[in-house]
Design a protein around this ligand. Structure first.
Ligand SMILES: Cc1cc2nc3c(=O)[nH]c(=O)nc-3n(C[C@H](O)[C@H](O)[C@H](O)COP(=O)(O)OP(=O)(O)OC[C@H]3O[C@@H](n4cnc5c(N)ncnc54)[C@H](O)[C@@H]3O)c2cc1C
Length: 433
């Protein structure tokens, strides 16, 4: 059968959007298949119901895993914080993503927020942390200050003002250059002939879908990609993954008008404990409905603090997570919290409590949320599942998302995924035959 497209990209998150945009810019005929819907309202809890993974948002062992399933992937609901690719990726693989990261930083105007957008609680937390001698600094953001407004705090509900960069922007840009997007299409497996990928098979809104293309780029994210690889005969995929577990430490500040839910999440934070202790900390409160859930499910429950939610301040502790556990071909996740992960979370929680006390939070209102997670990756690592060109054992089948990260990470992922997508596309274009 004739191949309809030069390339099929699976998944419209940062990795897939970046790869697709690069390929259409080079004049290639590309189709993108995305599990979730395209467009639609954002900016409220209700509007996200058909755009997030509800199955894994329910407790998995000890964790809740949050991810976006829509055009934009998890960048639809991310906090907009940018972090350059971790140095170990270059050291372990020889792939230098830093020049690509610098290009994205310039293109997207990544920078710390101006003072006018630094919220009352974020500032109070930063000053308290600094008084305790911590290196607590403003973090670089994917946020356009000219479109952002103070006291909104809705980044994680999807930014209705488009102040926050999401991968939707790259997908839409690529569409103006000829990309075909097919939303609500779940890819099941890669079609191979003679050991080579020649397309993908899946299920679309009108029934089974078969798309034929010269190259297949899997960018279904750290949870989605290994499932497709396993169903395509690559058993090594999903033999371990990281999820960067996190907890929130919350307390009440009676003398602030606007608590952390009104702040741009992750305005400032510290990397001071990242290398040695494996811990990153930042100001952050969940959107109000999730905050209510955390108050109700912490131990002991804090439902008595629901009415004073607007004065709640929060700090997130996010930790490195060893690559372990499994993702099977049906998408079932198995992973325990390793002892070092528990230690890291407890370490961060202790620091966070000290900062919040310093800020004026009274002891009885302090509580810690259950463990959650939001950064799946490492499930198709370079060196085991893909080579330096991000190609799998199936020729012409590539991976271009956070799955390829070769070890525990514990950092925000979007900038890294954008770089991986561009790197995959550029390498593919350079070797196209
Ligand atoms: C609440 C939250 C806050 C975060 N904050 C930050 C932050 O501030 N900074 C940061 O850098 N990172 C942050 N992250 C993490 C970041 O958003 C993700 O790690 C990043 O989006 C991963 O990019 P990706 O391209 O690897 O995968 P994803 O973003 O997961 O995209 C994968 C896409 O593939 C689609 N897909 C899955 N399976 C299939 C299939 N079978 N067929 C077709 N399509 C499929 C999905 O619907 C999705 O659109 C946050 C994440 C969350 C959930």
């Amino acid at each position: 059968m004739a191949l309809e497209y030069d390339a099929v990209v699976v998944g419209a998150g940062p990795g897939g959007a970046s790869a697709a945009r690069e390929l259409v810019r080079a004049g290639r005929k590309v189709v993108m298949l995305e599990y979730g819907p395209d467009g639609g309202r954002i900016g409220s809890h209700l509007s996200l119901i058909n755009k997030i993974d509800l199955k894994n948002a329910l407790p998995l062992g000890h964790e809740v895993m949050v991810r976006g399933l829509a055009t934009g992937g998890s960048s639809l609901i991310y906090c907009g914080t940018a972090t350059k690719p971790a140095a170990f990726i270059r050291e372990r693989t020889g792939i230098d993503l830093d020049p690509l990261a610098d290009q994205f930083i310039e293109e997207l105007g990544v920078a710390p927020l101006p003072d006018s957008l630094v919220g009352e609680s974020a500032l109070r937390i930063m000053e308290s942390a600094q008084r305790l001698g911590l290196e607590w600094q403003l973090l670089p953001k994917f946020i356009d200050p000219s479109k952002c407004v103070p006291h909104c705090g809705e980044c994680m509900l999807g930014c209705r003002r488009e102040a926050k960069f999401t991968a939707r922007r790259f997908v839409n840009e690529a569409r103006t250059m000829g990309l075909t997007l097919r939303p609500k299409t779940r890819v099941d497996r890669v079609i191979t002939e003679g050991g080579k990928a020649v397309g993908v098979f899946g299920l679309g809104p009108d029934g089974p879908v078969e798309v034929r293309a010269e190259k297949v780029i899997l960018a279904a994210g750290g949870l989605g990609t290994p499932i497709i690889l396993k169903r395509s005969g690559i058993d090594e995929a999903g033999q371990g993954f990281f999820s960067d577990p996190l907890v929130f430490t919350y307390g009440l500040l009676e003398d602030v008008d606007r608590g952390s839910i009104y702040d741009i999440p992750m305005t400032a934070g510290t990397w001071q404990f990242h290398e040695k202790e494996g811990v990153m900390m930042t100001d952050l409160a969940e959107p109000w409905m999730l905050l209510m859930a955390s108050m109700g499910t912490s131990w002991p429950p804090r439902v008595d603090q629901w009415p004073r939610m607007r004065r709640t301040v929060g700090i997130m502790t996010k930790v490195k997570d060893p690559v372990s556990g499994t993702i099977d071909a049906r998408g079932r996740l198995r992973k325990d919290l390793e002892p070092e992960v528990r230690w890291r979370l407890a370490f961060g929680d202790r620091q966070a409590r000290a900062i919040l006390r310093q800020a004026g939070v009274r002891e009885p209102s302090l509580f810690t949320s259950p463990v959650k997670a939001a950064h799946p990756g490492g499930s198709a690592p370079i060196g085991r599942v893909v080579d330096r060109n991000l190609e799998t054992d199936i020729k012409n089948c590539f991976v271009a998302d956070a799955s390829v990260v070769p070890d525990e990470l514990g950092t925000p992922v979007v900038l890294l995924a954008l770089c991986i997508g561009r790197y995959a596309a550029q390498t593919m274009l350079a070797n196209w035959n």
